[in-house]
Ligand binder design. Structure first.
Ligand code: 5RP
Length: 222
């Protein structure tokens, strides 16, 4: 199977995983990216078996609405049963790098609210140590240079993602050349830099379940 087929396989696996949990009042959290898009298409098959969704980006909200799936403001819901999203990298502890699609902040918020975080990824995302994928950091625009200097002090090489404005109106710095051996500590350290909105390490709140697509099918890892 090629990468697109693996993404489709994990999207279908995620729909099958959540289907028995759905009730008429269930809210499903929906992530962002090409794998999450395939999940949205599978979720459309389950329409009517749950109440609606909260989306981690404007792009995902549009795709959900195009399928006729209700999308709620997160402030309007009491509970998110499950959050399904892709990742740029995952390690064996299911700590993730996310934000390749610049949606990291809303993704982290929905993941924080959700009872269960199901990550869906093809095997190219599985790494022994996080950091080969440049770590996205969302910053308040006026703080971009300050934050970049602080990230250099932490050993990274930040690069401004030119031309990208997040759904929250902010900028993205992609931090290259990090070998992230203590992801929870680094997540906290970067978030403590003034001007950072959040960073793409999902380690303090990692995934609960990983559906990983590879040559031998979809593996469930907890
Ligand atoms: C978007 C994300 C995505 O989950 C991540 O970039 C993976 O994307 P894809 O499924 O297209 O490989 O974090 O901000």
């Amino acid at each position: 199977m090629n990468q697109d087929q693996l993404k489709r396989a994990v999207a279908e696996a995620a729909a099958a995983y959540i289907a028995p949990k759905l009730e008429s009042d269930t809210i499903v959290g929906v992530g962002t990216g090409s794998t999450a898009n395939l999940f949205i298409d599978c979720l459309a098959e389950l329409k009517g078996k749950f109440d609606g969704t909260v989306a981690s980006s404007e792009a995902s909200a549009e795709r959900l609405k195009a399928h006729g799936i209700p999308v709620y403001d997160l402030n309007a819901v009491d509970d998110v049963l499950v959050y399904v999203d892709g990742a740029d990298e995952t390690d064996a502890h299911l700590a993730l790098i996310k934000g390749g699609g610049a949606a990291l902040t809303r993704e982290k918020i929905v993941a924080a609210v959700a009872q269960e975080f199901v990550c869906i990824a093809d095997e190219s995302k599985w790494v022994p140590v996080l950091g080969n994928f440049p770590l996205p950091v969302e910053v308040i625009p006026m703080a971009r240079s300050h934050v970049a200097r602080e990230l250099v002090k932490l050993g990274g090489d930040p690069v401004y993602r030119q031309g990208v404005v997040t759904d929250n109106g902010n900028a993205i710095l992609d931090v290259h050349n990090l070998q992230i051996r203590t992801p929870i500590a680094l997540e906290e350290q970067i978030n403590n830099i003034v001007g950072v909105v959040t960073n793409g390490l999902f380690a303090a709140r990692n995934a609960d379940v990983l559906l990983l697509g590879g040559a031998n099918g979809v593996e469930t890892i907890r």
